[in-house]
Design a protein around this ligand. Structure first.
Ligand SMILES: C[S@@+](CC[C@H](N)C(=O)[O-])C[C@H]1O[C@@H](n2cnc3c(N)ncnc32)[C@H](O)[C@@H]1O
Length: 261
């Protein structure tokens, strides 16, 4: 059973409705990197309940294949595909063992590489990415910023209808003991925290340094790696004010990654 199976529904709810973070930072950062995806074939690794796979299709992508290790997440993805058929092909698999399922214009991953616990697992993921890309094509990802300071682990589920004061540092919710100690390769980090009504959901991912990521991409065969800072849209500043965003700006909790085959 995958760690996401028991919390699949809660995770899905945390992605809907869109949060201020998703609208004004996450999506702009991701789609700025992706550029025009019209007609492009995309393999989305660690697709979860399919939020981006659907988004890609709605933005005009061609063939979209989406892979996840969690049956629970894929059940939700398929339910949505049944309700609103977009032609997305879903595959239940560990991306480390996927093998080649096609030759894609773009391979994507949103917050899934950060589930690699060791550099060997990360390398296996990177090899899958590489093997499924057409020559000269790109891997584009958003990932948790594992190099952030522990105090920057922020509460990200600030729905639009929540007041700005609900946007807080993690420690204000009393989780600081779980992030004590220094960052070590493979050490768990509780990086995703969701407050869903009366329930708090914590999903751990694992610290692997930027140097380890770069090693894995190069080892898999990628020629060039670019890290991207998150983009904050002006519209978000207009809507919520600068103060609301100051912690996101000071402690970016995601990074963009682009790799060329
Ligand atoms: C933080 S969620 C992100 C889901 C989705 N990309 C999104 O943006 O909502 C991470 C997802 O990666 C999946 N995942 C983690 N390790 C995986 C692996 N080795 N192979 C395939 N999927 C994996 C999890 O099951 C989970 O659905």
């Amino acid at each position: 059973m995958s760690v996401y199976d028991p919390i699949a529904k809660q995770y899905q709810e945390s992605r809907h409705p869109n949060t201020a973070f998703a609208l004004y930072i996450e999506e702009p950062t991701y789609f700025n990197m992706l550029g025009d995806i019209t007609g492009k074939s995309i393999l989305d690794l660690g697709c979860g309940e399919g939020i981006y796979a659907r988004n890609f299709k709605k933005k005009g992508a061609g063939r979209v294949v989406a892979v996840d290790i969690s049956e629970g997440m894929l059940t939700l993805a398929k339910e949505q595909e049944a309700k609103e058929p977009l032609g997305i092909e879903y595959i239940l698999s560990d991306m480390q063992e996927l093998g080649q399922v096609g030759s894609f214009d773009v391979v994507t991953a949103a917050y899934s590489l950060n589930h690699a616990q060791t550099k060997e697992q990360l390398l296996a993921m990177c090899r899958t990415i590489y093997d499924n890309l057409k020559p000269e094509c790109r891997f584009v990802a958003i990932n948790n910023n594992l190099d952030r300071a522990p105090e920057s682990l922020i509460y990200i589920n600030n729905n639009l209808d929540r007041p700005p004061e609900s946007y807080r540092f993690l420690e204000e919710y009393g989780y600081e003991e779980s992030i004590s100690g220094s960052k070590e390769e493979g050490k768990p980090l509780p990086s995703l925290i969701y407050q869903l009504e009366d329930k708090t959901v914590v999903i751990e991912d694992y610290y692997l340094s930027k140097a380890t990521y770069e090693w894995a991409f190069l080892e898999a065969g990628f020629k060039e790696i670019r890290w991207h800072e998150q983009t904050l849209l002006e519209a978000g500043i207009r809507e919520f004010g600068e103060e609301f965003w100051q912690d996101y700006v000071k402690y970016p909790n995601m990074v963009g990654i682009e790799c060329w085959k």
